[in-house]
Design a protein around this ligand. Structure first.
Ligand code: H76
Length: 438
């Protein structure tokens, strides 16, 4: 392997209690909110088919029109307590909020730019009340921060001239100032979710990013930072030039899921997921497939079954309201979570052979295994295949009358259990208590 100054500084998972807390969340909420929520995917009567939070990059939206949207930002309906209550009812255990997206508009009063909420009609801090409201509900808060910043004069996607390099030094100092400012203002934050770090200019900043990450971790010991922040000595991100994970967990699963445990390389990881195909910020006209609560629950369960966290995105509108589709999804997912959260919280992967009926999760403390059944076979027989020396001691429904199942042995370590109910209305959880034969 290569000698790297600024590659991965740890091989393997973090094992401290703060990271264990992160690992056990299971379910999180992403919130993308900012100026892009005002146009909501339209401008001058034209429909923008891209991701609403990228509308500034659309030829139909003149840059100066976008950059002046801040003069209209006045979300009178913003109610952080209501958002936090809804997240609690849904069963989210952490929340990631966009403090600054690629457009550079800051949802907190920043000392280092005028392009922030204090210069919009709204005039007040958005991040602080959100942190407070979510902390009060016992939901941990993480801060999304985009390094790429279309508003800052010193931003460069690549460094070609001496002038570029000089301007970029100023931008780097600005970035450091804003990050330290955020940690100073919101010290209860548990981590940062970085984005906008794919440009060539940033990929040259291995030493700067490494030092900045160390400085932030000194400010808040145990701070959790994913793989999307630092480039290594050769500009590689997420995995360094030796193939080792940069940061505390893998942030590569954006709008996609690993299919097997091998795909996760045994690392911690999160999947961040949009409800439509590709809308993070508010778009008033969702077109194409909009995911149902059934699909989102399956993605959540699949993530936990493969040792990851699932983070579902919400895009509040320009008035600060959560749109009705998202409110309905939160309600439906919450109904399932209220009854089945034991199969999600503090759970992860177990190396039992995946079966067509659904997914296994395992509680990391108790060792209890959960079968989450999505696909009931016509004959109602659910196959269970375990590694050798595993004894199935007790099998019963998580909910309802504690119906127990007597496994029918097919041959060693392979069984059927027989469901007798006609039709599954929602994904069904069955508990397996097992022991290892000595
Ligand atoms: C591309 C891109 C960005 N990464 C997602 C998490 C959203 O913030 C999207 O705009």
């Amino acid at each position: 392997s290569m000698t790297l100054e600024h590659g991965a500084h740890r091989i393997g998972k973090r094992i401290d209690s703060k990271m264990s807390r992160w690992r056990n969340y299971g379910f999180g909420q992403f919130i993308h909110w900012g100026l892009y929520a005002i146009p909501g995917g339209h401008w001058n009567g034209e429909y923008y088919g891209g991701a609403a939070e990228w509308i500034r990059s659309w030829k139909g939206m003149p840059n100066e029109d976008y950059d002046n949207l801040y003069t209209e930002f006045d979300p009178v309906d913003f109610d952080p307590k209501a958002w936090a209550e809804q997240a609690k009812d849904m069963g989210a255990r952490y929340m990631i909020i966009t403090t600054k997206h690629h457009d550079g508009f800051c949802l907190w009063p920043s000392e280092f730019t005028d392009y922030d909420v204090t210069n919009a009609p709204y005039g007040q801090d958005i991040i602080g009340p959100l942190v407070e409201a979510y902390d009060a509900e016992g939901i941990d808060v993480y801060l999304y921060f985009s390094v790429m910043d279309w508003n800052h004069p010193g931003y460069r996607s690549k460094l070609e001239t001496a002038e570029d390099r000089e301007a970029y030094e100023g931008f780097k100092e600005f970035t450091r100032n804003q990050l330290l400012e955020l940690l100073e203002r919101y010290p209860s934050t548990k981590g940062l979710w970085f984005d906008g770090t794919w440009d060539a200019a940033w990929k040259e900043q291995a030493e700067f990013a490494d030092n900045l990450a160390m400085e932030m971790r000194e400010m808040i010991p145990g701070l959790i930072i994913g793989s999307r922040f630092r480039p290594d000595d050769y500009g590689n991100r997420h995995f360094d030039s030796n193939g080792d994970l940069m940061g505390d967990y893998e942030q590569g699963w954006e709008r996609k899921l690993p299919d097997t445990y091998e795909d996760t390389k045994g690392n911690d990881w999160d999947c961040v997921m949009t409800v439509p195909e590709n809308q993070w910020g508010y778009h008033s006209d969702w077109r194409g497939h909009v995911k149902t609560s059934y699909e989102l629950i399956e993605m959540l369960v699949k993530s936990v079954s493969l040792d990851g966290n699932f983070v579902m995105n919400f895009g509040p509108n320009g008035q600060g309201e959560i749109r009705k589709e998202e409110r309905q999804l939160a309600k439906e997912i919450g109904e399932w979570m209220h009854k089945n959260q034991k199969a999600i919280y503090d759970c992860g992967y177990i190396d039992w052979e995946k079966q067509d009926w659904g997914y296994y999760t395992r509680n990391r403390e108790s060792g209890e295994v959960y079968m989450i059944v999505f696909n009931k076979p016509i004959n109602g027989a659910l196959r269970i295949k375990t590694p050798a020396k595993i004894n199935l001691d007790k099998i019963f429904d998580l909910n309802g009358p504690q119906k127990t199942y007597r496994p029918e042995e097919i041959h060693r370590n392979e069984y059927f259990i027989h469901l007798d109910e006609a039709l599954l209305e929602t994904p069904k959880v069955i508990v397996i208590q097992y022991s290892e034969a000595t």
